[in-house]
Each structure stands twice: as structure tokens, then as C-alpha cells.
Design a binder for this molecule. Structure first.
Ligand SMILES: [Ca+2]
Ligand SMILES: [Ca+2]
Length: 446
């Protein structure tokens, strides 16, 4: 019974001995408690050489002697040594082995496995799906938990996201478009969650440059020039053709042309005249499938009529995407001589405007088309026409007057002398002549 008592004072219970790396000197280590508390009286304690190197006893309290590093571990992460209890009553030493864990402090930041990352992603890649092979990775020599990843910043903003903070895989949160942005620069962080040498939270964060290069894919139909933006509405080209001519003149000096909306793919384009109005448009117009040049099959003889043509541009690619543009061609009324003079309809339906070939063609405020011109550089102006007609009339009158003077008047004079013979008397110059004639006539008459 007495032996049992002596042994009881050296019974060690409880305790979970650990010490933070670089813990301050005198830091208490909870290694457990002995049954007795009167160390030095009913029992004594001692440390073996291993423990004595790092710890000391303050009564029954174990304290840190000097700074401990993780490299001081003797078995795994532990300093393993013995503490010996000797009961005073019987002098029998009872050793206990202590496994004192060295708790690593978070004194170094995580380390990425590359100094920077560069990934590629197609501009048609779906949202919220892991981008293949686009992943960063970091290790942390102290952390006992997963690192937390985050996109600290990105330019442009709000396009990329991580699958989760613990899974540094990238996803899209907004659609890409190569034409809008061809690369993105991200600042990605990895944070380790640890403690300092007295057990307080101590976070360490590292950062890495991550670049995404956007790869152009065929996700856009053709775009018509002059618009270079994918957001432009389909253009409406405007052109005119003079009555009787086959020369199509574009109002804004624009010619029809389209290019692949995906500039890096830049597929060639084939053009079609898809439809039009009025229905006989095919009788007059055709489009070159390679150049988009619209030309006339035959001249149009009409009165200020507008043709609306739908031009289709199709990419020569797997998807063969198409876009459409409208071309309106207005047949300009031309009041030319002689055709316009004979065309009573054209004169009555419109108000001809005399415009010389050098003058600027004004625009119709309602349609945007130039107002009808008079003949342009191919006919005569109205003034000229009337001038020519007036000249003809004047010439005709002049000929009539001359004819009258030289042909008709002398004849009338002869007829008039025969009449005077009867009524006038001799004695004047005129009368002398008349008298002479009278004598001659009288002689013949007599
Ligand atoms: Ca594209
Ligand atoms: Ca395309």
C-alpha cells in the first residue's frame, strides 16, 4: 500500500505537449500533470539531455529554454525526450517519454511553381466551365491547410473567375471577343493561413502574373465596310444611275465590301444578289460574287424609280456565316432633249431642276437621294434646248422676211405701176418713170 502511494506521485496524466517554432523563451509547455504537486518534497523531476537542450523545469512547469526551430525535431515534427520523476519516499525513478510537437509558424509565403503563367483560350469558349490546362499552383512549406487562391485584379475587369478559392482553375464569367480584346492580364494570389510564434493568425500571400491570350474563332459573321465594329447595324448603301445610263454612282463614294468579322481568320467572302424590289430587279442588276461590284445589265428608262437590292456576303469557311446589306439605286430623271421632251410623264411627275454637270447635286430631303438632274453631262439643259428652238424659229422668220423682200415685193411693184398709168399725171420723177412706162405700155397697147 505504501509502495503504491510512492508510485502514485509520479503518475503523469493529460497533456498535449507542443511548442510553436521560435516560441519566446520561458513559454510554458503543457506536457501534463503529476499526481503530486509538491515537487522537490515528495518527488523530483529531471529532463534528459534532449529535452534539457531546449527546455527547463520551473518546479513542475516545463518551459522553453531557447528558440526552437523546425529543424530541431528529432522525430518527425517532434522533439522526443524523457522526463523522469523520482518519488522521495523510495527513490525509484519513473521516466515518461514526451513527444513535444514543434508547430511550424507561417514565416514564409506560398510559392508558385512558375514565375508567371500564360494561357490561351478561344473567344467562343463557354462561361462557367473550367478552361483546359489553365491552372496555377503554389505550395507552402508551413501551411497545414489548403492555400486560398484569388484573382486580385484583372485587366480588362470582370471576365475571368476561379472555379473556387481552393481550386485555382480558371473560368469565364463574361464572353470573350478577340476583336474587342486579344489578351487579359491577371494578378493571381495564393494565401497560406498559419500562425505566428505565439499562436496568433499569420497570413502569408504571394502573387503571380497570369496572362490569357485570346484565340480568334469563327464566331462572327461578315461585317460590311465602312463599319469596322461588330455592333454596327447592317449598312444601307445608296447609289444613283442616270436615266438611260448603266453607270452606277455611289452617293457617299462607298463601294460595297465586307470582311470576315473574325479578323484573324479573315475568310474570303462570296457575294450574292439575294433579293430585291421591284421584282424585275434581276433584269437590270447583277453583283460580282468576288468583288461585290454591282453593275447594270441594261440601262433603265424610268422615272425617278428606286430599286432596293439585298446583298448577301457569305464567308468561305466551315460555318459559312452570312450578313446582309441593302443597296438602293435611284434612277435619276433626266430631262434631256429629245427624249425627255417627248416623255410627257417624266415632266409631269417631277419638277426638273436645271443642274449643269459642274454643279453639286443637291439632295432630296425626304429620301436622301440627289434630286433629279437635267441631262448631266450627256444631254442638253432646258435653257439650251429652248435656246436652240428659239434660234430655229428666229432663223425661219428671217428667211421668210428675206423671201418676202426679194421675191414678193418686186412683183407687187410691177402690178402697182400698171394701175398708176390710169390714175397719175406726168411731171414727177416717179411720174416720169411711170410716164415712160406709160408711153411704152401705151405704145404697145396702141
Ligand atoms: Ca472571333
Ligand atoms: Ca467569321
Amino acid at each position: 500500500m505504501q509502495v503504491f502511494f510512492y508510485a502514485a506521485v509520479c503518475i503523469l496524466t493529460g497533456g498535449s505537449p507542443s511548442v510553436h517554432e521560435e516560441a519566446p523563451s520561458d513559454t510554458k509547455v503543457d506536457y501534463g500533470t503529476y499526481d503530486a504537486t509538491d515537487v522537490g518534497t515528495s518527488f523530483t523531476l529531471s529532463l534528459d539531455a534532449t529535452l534539457d537542450k531546449f527546455f527547463y523545469l520551473d518546479g513542475a512547469t516545463l518551459r522553453v529554454k531557447s528558440s526552437i526551430s523546425r529543424s530541431d525535431a528529432t522525430s518527425g515534427n517532434n522533439i522526443v525526450g524523457m522526463i523522469t520523476c523520482v518519488a522521495t519516499a523510495n527513490g525509484i525513478p519513473i521516466p515518461n517519454t514526451l513527444f513535444i510537437q514543434i508547430i511550424k509558424i507561417n514565416k514564409t509565403p506560398p510559392k508558385f511553381d512558375s514565375s508567371s503563367y500564360t494561357f490561351s483560350v478561344d473567344d467562343n469558349y463557354p462561361l462557367n466551365v473550367d478552361i483546359p490546362s489553365a491552372q496555377v499552383f503554389a505550395t507552402d512549406e508551413e501551411s497545414t491547410t489548403n492555400l486560398a487562391y484569388n484573382i486580385e485584379s484583372q485587366s480588362p475587369e470582370n471576365v475571368f473567375q476561379l472555379a473556387s478559392s481552393s481550386a485555382p482553375k480558371f473560368q469565364l464569367m463574361a464572353a470573350l471577343e478577340y476583336n474587342r480584346e486579344s489578351n487579359y492580364i491577371l494578378n493571381v494570389s495564393a494565401t497560406s493561413d498559419g500562425v505566428d510564434n505565439i499562436g496568433n493568425t499569420w497570413l502569408q500571400t504571394s502573387y503571380v502574373l497570369t496572362v490569357f491570350n485570346v484565340m480568334d474563332t469563327d464566331n462572327n459573321p461578315p461585317v460590311f465596310l465602312p463599319c469596322l465594329s461588330l455592333s454596327c447595324p447592317p449598312p444601307i448603301y445608296q447609289a444613283t444611275v442616270e436615266n438611260g445610263s448603266t453607270e452606277i454612282m455611289f452617293v457617299d463614294s462607298n463601294t460595297i465590301q465586307a470582311r470576315d468579322g473574325d479578323t484573324q481568320i479573315n475568310a474570303t467572302i462570296t457575294y450574292y444578289l439575294t433579293s430585291g424590289y421591284p421584282s424585275n430587279y434581276m433584269d437590270y442588276f447583277k453583283v460580282n460574287s468576288l468583288t461585290a461590284t454591282v453593275s447594270m445589265i441594261k440601262p433603265f428608262v424610268g422615272n425617278n424609280e428606286v430599286f432596293t437590292l439585298l446583298i448577301q456576303a457569305t464567308e468561305n469557311s466551315v460555318l459559312g456565316q452570312s450578313s446582309y446589306a441593302t443597296l438602293t439605286v435611284r434612277a435619276l430623271q433626266v430631262t434631256c432633249f429629245p427624249s425627255s421632251i417627248n416623255d410627257s410623264t417624266s415632266v409631269s411627275e417631277t419638277t426638273p431642276t436645271t443642274v449643269s454637270s459642274e454643279e453639286t447635286v443637291s439632295q432630296d430631303l425626304q429620301t436622301g437621294f440627289p434630286t433629279p438632274v437635267t441631262c448631266g453631262n450627256t444631254g442638253y439643259s432646258e435653257a439650251v434646248v429652248y435656246g436652240i428652238i428659239g434660234g430655229w424659229i428666229a432663223s425661219l422668220l428671217f428667211v421668210v422676211v428675206l423671201s418676202w423682200l426679194f421675191l414678193v415685193t418686186p412683183h407687187l411693184k410691177k402690178k402697182g405701176s400698171r394701175g398708176n398709168t390710169i390714175n397719175q399725171q406726168p411731171g414727177t420723177q416717179g411720174n416720169q418713170t411711170l410716164g415712160k412706162n406709160t408711153q411704152e405700155d401705151s405704145g404697145r397697147l396702141s
